[in-house]
Design a protein around this ligand. Sequence first.
Ligand code: SF4
Length: 270
Amino acid sequence: MERISVTELDEWQKCPHSFYLKRQGWRKRAAPPPDPLAVGSMVGLAVEARLTLGKQHVAQALRTYQEKYDLVDRSDLHEQVMTCLDVMPEWVWEIQGAVTEDHIEHRYATHWTGDFPHIVEVVGRPDIWYVDEWGIHIVELKTCNVAYSGTARKLNDYAKYGAQPSRYAVLIRDAYPELDQLAIDRRHVVVSRKGFAAASLPFELSDRAVDNARSDMLELARQAVTSAPVHSFGPLCGWCEFSPVCEGYVNGQDTVGILKEHFEQRKRRA
Ligand code: SF4
């Protein structure tokens, strides 16, 4: 049985080759996460700590992350996180009963191998989700580093086409049959390290929208676990951690050598 996360499905859509290398466990050697990723992760951890444990646990959650990645001296990162938390819409802090579980998982038969169904377990974890008298709410948090107009533009893109919350909706529906009859909505919050925030209104997901997301998700999962990795060169390649490997590929260099020199292969989390 293969196991694939909602985040990996996103990575597969962006570039199958990057997906493949990450799935093989390749990571940049001894490098802390890039600043935007670190800030985004710390904001997510701080929000989770405050909603599930209480405001007094935020500092420890941030410190644990900074210690883990040797970022304790990066007060600039800490300040950026605080800026993002300061502009977070007030309604986020008023959420009651945010679900704290590690992740949601569900097994699907995506295709047949001979006489046997090929089972793929899809896992995922919304940034925030909770249930109230209206139904199920999924909230996705994004961080960026642009001025207000850029923040609003990013929100617009996420709110219209962001697929991840719909995939989480599928997982919640399928993994919790007891919640099957409840309405479900999604919304996005984008906070900028420059001190701006924009949030979408709740968007109710119809049964058809969830079914559409499910059928796309399963087809993507099928492709991801059965297809050969292929490069997806584009303008964003320069931002990808594997760009030295791919540049070497284009230029006919020893890509295995480049990979081994700059990256290390870690065991994937089960
Ligand atoms: S550099 Fe481009 S082609 Fe290579 S893995 Fe990254 S996104 Fe894919």
